[in-house]
Design a protein around this ligand. Structure first.
Ligand code: CP
Ligand code: NVA
Length: 312
């Protein structure tokens, strides 16, 4: 049976731990200059219906370092842009490649791709979720703190795809998550309610920034206008202005607070220059880890042992 990575919710805690462990091993080999090429001869198709720097480059470089190759497809240059369906694209690509990564708008497009592809499909971000980002963020916390269970993570700002994946991450891995979002900009209600019901840890949505950040080990934020929301940017800036991650906010958290941002950042909006460049910021380590975690995901989904019954 092929496995996909569409949402952190679909993974068990043990499966996530395997990914994190594998990412640690892969990073260590990489830093020692050791080659590790379990995906020799394999190809990954990467469909981007939205822009990307980190996801595109880390998947592409990751595949190369694992011995395979990856190539970029955008709707304008493929038949997807002329109305070929996701289902037919999935069926055709499955005849050529060993895995598909897709970044798109509706989560349903990711799900359709997975349903009709006979090779593993990875969600490289949708309007609803950004699972690879949060796996990498949790790996980064683990690396910096040696644990994630029992920690308090505060997500501050827009309740978007990144926030939704933080919720799934907290549900599966048992850390406390406090989301501070202004009214009207909360995270997905269904994802949140499900997590609150099923979680062993505390998952709380509040409009009260102070309550969310007090005693937090980690503060994470993201842009106020995600890709596809550019027209509403000015309204969003107004609504979210009070939820900026700045030096005053950090004073409410623990002294050793870690500040995270999935990037790209709009410096001066959701996060100040001072905090981004300051001693608590781990945003570039976080970005670096996308490479190692992506390689772990690719190896586990597309490597040996995952091949039986994969094709057609
Ligand atoms: N964080 C992230 O996914 O960045 P990109 O949009 O540059 O891929
Ligand atoms: N929430 C942002 C994340 C970018 C990586 C967006 O969807 O644009």
């Amino acid at each position: 049976m092929k496995r996909d990575l569409l949402s952190i919710y679909d993974l068990t805690s043990e499966e996530i731990e395997v990914i994190l462990q594998k990412a640690g091993e892969i990073k260590e080999m990489h830093l020692k200059g050791k080659h590790y090429r379990p995906l020799e001869g394999k190809s990954l198709a990467m469909i981007f219906e939205k822009p990307s720097t980190r996801t595109r480059v880390s998947f592409e470089v990751g595949m190369y370092q694992l011995g395979g190759n990856a190539f970029f497809l955008n709707p304008q240059d493929t038949q997807l842009g002329r109305g070929e369906t996701i289902a037919d694209t999935a069926r055709v690509l499955s005849r050529y490649v060993d895995g598909i990564m897709i970044r798109t708008f509706a989560q349903e497009r990711v799900q359709d791709m997975a349903r009709f592809a006979s090779v593993p499909v990875i969600n490289g971000l949708s309007d609803l979720l950004h699972p690879c980002q949060i796996l990498s963020d949790i790996f980064t916390i683990w690396e910096k703190r040696g644990e994630y269970r029992g920690l308090k993570v505060a997500y501050v700002g827009d309740g978007n795809n990144v926030a939704n994946s933080w919720i799934n991450g907290a549900l599966r891995l048992g850390f406390d998550l406090w989301l501070a979002c202004p009214p009207g900009y909360e995270s997905d209600q269904e994802i949140l309610s499900r997590a609150i019901q099923e979680a062993s840890s505390k998952i709380v949505l509040t409009h009260n920034l102070k309550e969310a950040v007090e005693g937090a080990h980690v503060i994470s934020t993201d842009v106020w206008a995600s890709m596809g929301q550019e027209e509403k940017r000015q309204d969003r800036i107004k609504a979210l202005r009070a939820y900026q991650v700045n030096a005053d906010l950090l004073l409410l958290a623990r002294e050793d607070i870690l500040v995270m941002h999935c990037l790209p950042a709009h410096r001066g909006e959701e996060i100040t220059d001072e905090v981004m460049n300051g001693p608590h910021s781990i945003v570039f380590d976080q970005a670096e880890n996308r490479l190692h975690v992506q390689k772990a995901i690719l190896t586990l989904l597309m490597g040996k042992g995952e091949e039986d019954g994969k094709r057609h």
